[in-house]
Write a protein that binds this ligand. Structure first.
Ligand code: ADP
Length: 251
């Protein structure tokens, strides 16, 4: 039996007020894929994510998660989400790394219910998976932006999701750590996690992902990385209005 896609977007359009922000989007993400969803600022990436996460209702079209229509989907623990603002705690923020990582599980258990020993073990395993073993008792604010971002990945992983969605996760992370961060995502993908990474920066992800979708109100391209490589610079220039070389290297 053919496996149902983890995410299936069928002919989705979305309008906030007058202007269409998404037009006729068809997109599917298979189990085990690592999709880079790329597009310039304002191209509709966040809007599409919100539709996928059931936070916005498409003006038309349908969305399925693990084969289930998003309107009736309830198994949200199968999906982890890391937003772009996740790495900006001040030094004095009064929470330990462990508290942040277990906070997702606490929400699942219900307010004021005690965490179980297995929750702390899950947190420890998740911190180890993101290369932060041993930092559980540190204050989150003492960590670098890159480390804080890993803590939020660990928070999502502690619930053992099958799909992890990341919205511009490297905003505020210094360039040195961005590559390490993508390596981590590649590792998680090789261990079987399905990933969707949303970014405006096409240049940094092409070597990491298995599939790429280029969004700018419409979907200009959707395919695997080999198909993307055959597109050539000119097609990408038309999409972005810049040369890929400029996008990658800034000159
Ligand atoms: P991206 O994530 O690619 O930067 P967005 O999905 O945030 O793009 O935005 C797509 C377009 O929709 C932009 O033109 C933006 O100004 C507009 N937009 C986003 N949110 C709203 C909103 N709540 N109300 C009206 N317009 C919005």
């Amino acid at each position: 039996m053919e496996q149902r896609p983890v995410v299936q977007v069928e002919d989705v359009s979305f309008r906030y007020e007058k202007e269409d922000v998404l037009e006729h989007i068809d997109l599917s993400v298979q189990k085990g894929a690592f999709l880079g969803l790329v597009g310039p600022n304002g191209s509709g990436k966040s809007t599409l994510l919100k539709c996928v996460l059931g936070l916005l209702k498409p003006t038309s079209g349908r969305i399925f998660l693990f084969g289930e229509p998003v309107e009736s989907f309830r198994a949200w623990q199968r999906i982890g989400f890391v937003s772009q603002k996740a790495n900006s705690f001040n030094r004095g923020f009064p929470a330990t790394v462990e508290e942040v990582v277990t906070s997702g599980l606490a929400a699942k258990r219900g307010l004021f219910r005690a965490l179980r020993r297995e929750d702390y073990r899950a947190a420890e395993a998740a911190l180890a998976a993101v290369g932060l073993a041993g930092l559980a008792k540190r204050n989150i604010g003492e960590l670098s932006g890159g480390q804080q971002q890993r803590v939020f990945i660990a928070r999502a992983l502690a619930s053992e999701p099958e799909l992890l969605i990341l919205d511009e996760p490297t905003v505020g992370v210094d360039a040195r750590h961005v590559q390490e961060f993508y390596e981590l995502l590649g590792d998680l993908n090789r261990r079987g996690l399905t990933l969707i990474l949303v970014t405006h920066d096409i240049g940094t992800i092409t070597d990491r992902v298995t599939h790429i979708a280029c969004l700018n109100k419409r979907l200009y391209f959707h395919g695997n990385t080999e198909e993307f490589a055959q597109l050539g610079d000119e097609a990408i220039s038309r999409f972005y209005g810049h040369s890929l070389r400029v996008l990658c290297h800034g000159h």
